[in-house]
Ligand binder design. Structure first.
Ligand code: PLP
Length: 398
């Protein structure tokens, strides 16, 4: 694709900063290489071949996905060793069987005897065996058998003893790191999850089950791993390749690391209510974050002479907003509400200076949750050195 100016794009548009994506991927890759732990990056944030290539260093091997649609898409593009990290839905067993028969390695996640039974009922062709990860809930409170429940060990034994089924590993997702604020809290959860899964692996050993791998991970925990994580076989973070405002508030990254934006344009001036309208509704940004940021639903990218964005911490975000023009902090705009295709922007206080936001002028929004925002877009515009150099098309569906 010929390079195009960002200013020529139709809005709203999802922008990806290629250099930042490569940098985020490299940092994570190097971090776990040094620790001797296999990185199995999750594709759920972007769902594109190109970003999958960047996250796997071009190997197209050893990835995590959240839907069968993603698994099929990556298999169709030559990726292998794919872990479908979702409690196996019974209606998807046949598609998983076909993926297992087709790929050299395809893994499923199980947290019930019903799912294991369904696998046994569908033996794989071609001498293949089901590769199964037991999903363990290490106090995250979403999917998985609770680590302390007797069922956890019973199910592990049942998988282990099943014919043509391998207990490949134990998988815990520490999504509870999303309630953290700061490195100390993140590392406390990372340590707790690591300790719990390693204790469970000891229980397996005591029961004569030796050999399964163990994997934990979320973007916060893998951005600030604790030393004990070096004992794990794998980690499976995904959001880190983009990062977002939420991650910067948790303490996973700085706002400067965030690789994505939504470009929007001013489409209306309404002085009688001190607001302007932008062409970014929830179909372009999502409602994730519920508008709780001081700047509303997203951070409106600011003026560099105001303050370096990367220096902003969660608490300073409460005071400073990012604006595209050098205007008084009191007048910083907030994206206060959205409908399907419209966004309302108003200043925190004072009157909007409309001459600073002419109709057609662009605003750059840093999304609260990159996974949710990316999911709204059928195409991503990839930027390098300020120019649009590529377009990426994500897969969709389940
Ligand atoms: C099961 C599972 N594994 C891994 C991840 C990746 O974690 P993160 O998005 O924090 O990188 C997620 C994210 O939701 C997940 O649900």
């Amino acid at each position: 694709m010929l390079s195009k100016r960002v200013g020529d794009l139709c809005t709203p548009a999802f922008l990806v900063d290629l250099e930042k994506v490569k940098q985020n991927a490299r940092v994570m890759q190097e971090r776990f290489q040094k620790m001797g732990v296999q990185l199995r990056p999750h594709m759920k944030t972007h769902k594109t071949v190109e970003c999958g290539d960047i996250m796997t260093g071009g190997s197209r091997c050893c990835i995590t996905v959240s839907t069968v649609a993603e698994a099929t898409f990556y298999a169709d593009h030559g990726f292998d060793d794919i872990l479908y990290a979702y409690p196996l839905p019974l209606d998807k067993v046949e598609r998983c069987a076909q993926l297992s028969e087709r790929l050299s390695l395809f893994h499923v996640l199980v947290d019930s005897t019903a799912a294991l039974h369904a696998l046994r009922q569908r033996p794989l062709q071609g001498g293949k065996i089901w590769r199964v990860w037991l999903k363990l809930d290490c106090d995250n409170g979403r999917a998985g058998v609770l680590y302390s429940e007797p069922l956890a060990l019973l199910l592990a034994k049942d998988i282990w003893q099943s014919e043509r089924v391998e207990l490949t590993g134990v998988y815990a997702h520490c999504g509870n790191t999303y309630h953290c604020s700061g490195v100390e809290q993140i590392q406390a959860i990372a340590q707790q999850t690591t300790t719990l899964i390693l204790q469970f692996m000891e229980k397996l050993k005591d029961a004569g089950i030796d050999g399964p791998k163990c994997s934990i991970g979320s973007t916060p925990s893998c951005s600030h791993p604790v030393p004990d994580m070096a004992v794990l076989s794998e980690v499976h973070p995904g959001n880190y390749v983009f990062y977002d405002v939420q991650q910067s508030l948790i303490g996973s990254c700085s706002l400067d690391d965030v690789a994505v934006r939504v470009l929007t344009r001013v489409i209306g001036h309404y002085p009688h209510r001190n607001q302007l309208l932008v062409d970014c509704g929830w179909t372009a940004l999502s409602l994730d974050g519920h508008g709780r940021l001081p700047s509303g639903y997203a951070v409106i990218e600011g003026h560099p002479d105001l303050r370096s964005e990367s220096q902003l911490s969660a608490s300073s975000l409460l005071i400073y907003w990012y604006v595209p023009f050098p205007i008084s902090p009191l007048h910083f705009p907030r994206l206060v509400s959205m409908t399907q295709e419209h966004g309302r922007v108003e200043p925190v206080s004072g009157n909007l200076d409309y001459s600073k936001f002419p109709l057609g002028s662009a605003l750059s929004l840093i999304p609260y949750h990159a996974c949710a925002t990316a999911a709204m877009h059928p195409v991503y515009f990839v930027l390098s050195e300020g120019a649009v150099v590529d377009t990426w098309k994500p897969t969709r569906g389940w």
